[in-house]
Design a protein around this ligand. Sequence first.
Ligand code: NAP
Length: 412
Amino acid sequence: MSNAVPIGSLPPVGEVPQKMFAQVIRADRFGDPRAAFQVEEVDVPELKPHEVLIGVMAAGINYNNVWAARGIPINVIAVRQKMGEPYDFHIGGSDVSGVVYAVGSDVDDVAIGDEVVVHHGYWNLDDPWVKAGKDPMIAPSACIWGYNTNFGSFGQFCVAQSHQVLPKASHLTWEEAAAPTLVGTTAYRMLFGWEGNVLKEGDVVLVWGGSGGLGGQAIQLAKVHGARAVAVVSDDERGEYCKKLGAVGYINRRDFSHWGVAPHWKDGAGQKEWTAGCRAFGKAFWEALGERRSPDIVFEHPGEATIPTSIFVCEAGGMVVICAGTTGFSASVDLRYHWVRQKRLQGSHGSNDEQAAAYNQLVCDGKIDPCLGEVYAFEDIGKAHYEMEEGEVVFGNKTALVGAPERGLGRK
Ligand code: NAP
């Protein structure tokens, strides 16, 4: 018989039931997230020695589980099964706020009853790369918690490695606390993780998708560190939202049409038109900034549609740092602008423990707003991913209530 508790509640702290409800993806449902996610009852998983079981109060919605629901570009279930995992389902969810219910036998830095959030950097603790003390997020075993791994925050209980666990900001509600960690820590690594091009006071930054999850965090991180961000958006309402977050100005990308893979360099007429588009965009950046300066860092994630422009407008010696290719992966780089002006195109993924802790401290100190967007019911997690994919809900970071019975709770 089931001893799962109803959604909107959790058992007394420390009492772990055998069963729980979760929003589950299965391979035969891959496709539209509204159908791919279904509520099922599953066993609460056993902990490994270095793991922590968290009672989920609220879960953050991120784009990665749109990919998981669609089964592209990888089937996360099949990949894990190949590596020996027994489960034929995926419980995603890479952002959480909640309470620690149990800890593995090797865990001494997290205790039952702690109120926590989790960062999404996950790796094998026995990986030789990690053991050698190198950046674990570059290790062969590094991956994204709640996407590549099972038992993320879309269940009543989730499992994380203890090094991922961070204190929840006490001034935030459960739904606020579940909102920003994945995008915020990713943005932190992008802006501060790449020596030689670390964001510093006085720098200027171009932020694509400024009103989105990553963008809103990047704008705030720039402001907190004395840098100036110019956002790119697709309408004025989004632009004004970015200014409220601290952007000094914005560019409406709908004013331009030179997007995507640039014409071949032998296509003189095409190149002329494309270069004119890039130059006009660069001029728009100067106008939004109020100064004739190009961006020291370009904060990239659209990818195929925007990379050629990003490389073109980046300052000499500057960096285009990218963590996704939402519009496609076949980006082209005009090497003339790249090598002669000695620019850097840097990939970035997830975050390591130090970067995540530094970001979380800014949240705990009230210096970074979690940018809470829409709050969904647990039952609507599939719908939330569908609306994210459709770009229907565009402001801030979306969350879903899981164990929290209503909004507004969890603030101390
Ligand atoms: P989001 O909240 O949906 O924001 C994406 C933004 O991209 C939108 O606000 C949109 O703004 C902009 N955009 C859409 N189409 C565009 C186009 N054709 N050209 C330029 N901009 C466009 O998503 P997010 O949470 O910021 O995540 C963005 C991407 O990063 C996703 O693919 C996600 O999976 C990935 N990601 C990766 C990591 C990692 O660790 N590697 C971490 C977090 C997120 P406008 O329409 O206003 O321009």
